[in-house]
Design a binder for this molecule. Structure first.
Ligand SMILES: [Fe+2]
Ligand SMILES: [Fe+2]
Length: 143
């Protein structure tokens, strides 16, 4: 199983388990990119995008419930960040409908790079702030 880099553990077990699964999905994107046995990657790509959509929805819902339960001050900015991700994922789904043999690998590569960057920025910054707040650190709505 794909192991998440220890830097990404935020210290909230449920969130860490869910983040790990997101990294596994990203690994699937990478595997698909390198796979030379599949000629047309559309079906596999759609399967992964669906998996990402379903899983992030579940994860975001649970993360938001947790933040609400502790009156987390930075809730709105965090929700906006999740929303940005959902919109980007939607645009990948639209683009996936237009892929061809000649363009598919570029799109899969772009998806992988986006996921890598998003997980890095979001987990290491936004999600970690939730744990810092739990530990008593002052976090404001604008942080
Ligand atoms: Fe989050
Ligand atoms: Fe998260």
């Amino acid at each position: 199983m794909y192991k998440m880099n220890p830097d990404y553990f935020i210290g909230i077990e449920l969130m860490d388990t869910q983040h790990q699964y997101l990294f596994e999905l990203m690994e699937k994107v990478q595997t698909l990119l390198k796979d030379e046995n599949i000629l047309y990657k559309y079906d596999e790509l759609i399967k992964i995008l669906k998996g990402l959509e379903d899983y992030t929805k579940k994860h975001f819902d649970e993360e938001i419930s947790l933040m609400k339960s502790m009156d987390y001050p930075r809730l709105q900015l965090h929700i906006a960040a999740h929303q940005g991700f959902i919109e980007k994922l939607n645009s990948f789904e639209i683009d996936a409908e237009k892929i061809s043999l000649g363009t598919q690998d570029q799109m899969i590569y772009d998806l992988m790079e986006y996921l890598k960057e998003w997980l890095q920025i979001h987990i290491l910054d936004c999600d970690k702030k939730v744990h810092r707040f739990m530990n008593g650190e002052k976090i404001t709505a604008e942080d």
